[in-house]
Ligand binder design. Structure first.
Ligand code: PYC
Length: 318
């Protein structure tokens, strides 16, 4: 009855879910993590959809496929994916992955190199079970870029790379608070579509697929800022978004507003917090380090009944 069985362990990182495939995944063969991610997208999209989409998942679900690393000295490689496709990088997911590996007894406190499609990141499991992720080198590409957004007017934002491409907006659009989830979704999605429509991209024409809006924190004793992050599948990040926090660090550095090593406490829309710092690299880019916590929430083995029309998930309505 079952053509295959996929074994997953679920967690959430400061509110944002990660579903790690720990067994039953297809082998992706040799190559770099980018090549493996491209092969996963081209040949095994049913795995992504089975894991992230309804009826097993939902629009906010982020999946993680553990692979053999290509780069030396890594404990593993990982491909992140969501309701619509693969992600370049994901820090909340890396914190979730490291916490799952700790849960399984595969790693302990200390530093662990993890290979991703955009480069090697280092996850440090701290004694208190929080995880600090040293991201890929990050930078602000452009400041105060204008985009005409139908229904919202001219919106200005910074464009930054931090493992994903971000458009960072401050002081425009709906107030960044939980009561405004619908309006924030409409605003940031309209910005994302306008960026695509007006050909505003990251380097090498890469799509800016994350839009981040900032406002003041609920409590300045706990955080320096609060964000709302729109992800590529039109779901908002329940956590403060680790790559989004990294992009913010790159912009704060570029504006001379945060010194290397100085902590930045980034709250998300649920008021959970990632703490970020950065190190300045010789080429002027920054190396962000983001700390957060994940909790294991469950474990499942998926079966695939050939008679079930939705065994490979219901495609996202996007
Ligand atoms: O934490 O980097 C992150 C992330 C990206 C998309 C969702 N979370």
């Amino acid at each position: 009855m079952s053509e295959t069985c996929i074994h997953v362990i679920d967690s959430h990182t400061e509110g944002e879910p990660t579903r790690v495939i720990v067994g039953g995944a297809p082998a992706l063969g040799p190559g770099t993590m980018r090549e493996k991610a491209d092969r996963f997208a081209a040949e095994f999209d049913w795995v992504r959809s089975s894991v992230c989409n309804e009826p097993r998942g939902h629009d906010a679900m982020v999946g993680a496929l553990i692979c053999e690393a290509h780069e030396p000295d890594c404990c593993c490689g990982v491909i992140f994916f969501n309701n619509v496709g693969t992600l370049n990088m994901c820090i909340h997911g890396t914190i979730g992955l490291a916490s799952v590996l700790v849960h399984q007894g595969k790693i302990g406190p200390g530093e662990h190199r993890i290979d991703t499609p955009v480069g090697v990141v280092v996850a440090r499991v701290n004694e208190d079970r929080s995880v600090t992720v040293a991201n890929v080198p990050s930078y602000r590409k452009a400041a105060s870029v204008e985009v005409e957004v139908p229904g919202w007017g001219t919106v200005r934002g910074d464009i930054a790379w931090a493992g994903n491409w971000f458009f960072l907006i401050g002081g425009q659009g709906p107030e960044v608070c939980h009561a405004n989830l619908g309006a924030l979704t409409d605003f940031t999605w309209a910005v994302r579509q306008a960026l695509v429509g007006q050909g505003i991209t990251g380097d090498n024409g890469m799509e800016i697929d994350h839009v981040e809006s900032f406002g003041p924190p609920a409590d300045p004793a706990i955080a320096d800022s609060r964000n709302f992050v729109m992800c590529p599948g039109k779901a908002y990040d329940r956590s403060p978004c680790g790559t989004g926090t990294s992009a913010k660090l790159a912009c704060l550095h570029a504006d001379g507003k945060l010194a290397p090593g100085e902590p930045w406490r980034q709250a998300g829309i649920l008021d959970t917090v990632f703490t970020g710092t950065y190190q300045l690299l010789p080429d002027g880019k920054v190396l962000p380090k983001v700390t957060g916590r994940a909790w294991i929430t469950g474990e499942a083995r998926y079966s695939f009944d050939p008679a079930d029309p939705f065994r490979h998930g219901i495609p996202s309505s996007l």
